[in-house]
Ligand binder design. Structure first.
Ligand SMILES: [Zn+2]
Length: 95
């Protein structure tokens, strides 16, 4: 991940591995009482946040007006990864 700032690298790494502060992982660790997102449409995973969570639909459309695959968001170009970390910052989600 060249040319990304340290915090960006951390964010992308956590999203790629799923080892993060999202509920699906915390639940596996026994830290959260539920794996489900507060939107109640599924487990709170990186894919859910990036691709389908209705809570972040407006921000998602703003950052990816033409849509993008999960692979592009996590394994794409520097510009792709910048967009992903900007999205996470924008939605103020601790991951
Ligand atoms: Zn959700």
């Amino acid at each position: 991940m060249p040319h990304l700032q340290r915090q960006q690298k951390t964010t992308i790494f956590r999203l790629r591995t799923g080892h993060c502060r999202l509920r699906a992982h915390l639940y596996r660790l026994g830290v959260s009482h539920t794996p489900d997102c507060s939107c109640e449409t599924g487990p709170q995973t990186p894919e859910h946040i990036l691709q389908s969570c209705p809570l972040y639909q407006d921000a998602r459309t703003q950052h990816w007006p033409h849509g993008a695959t999960l692979a592009e968001k996590l394994w794409g170009t520097k510009q792709d990864l910048d967009t992903t970390t900007n999205f996470i910052t924008h939605i103020r989600l601790e991951i």
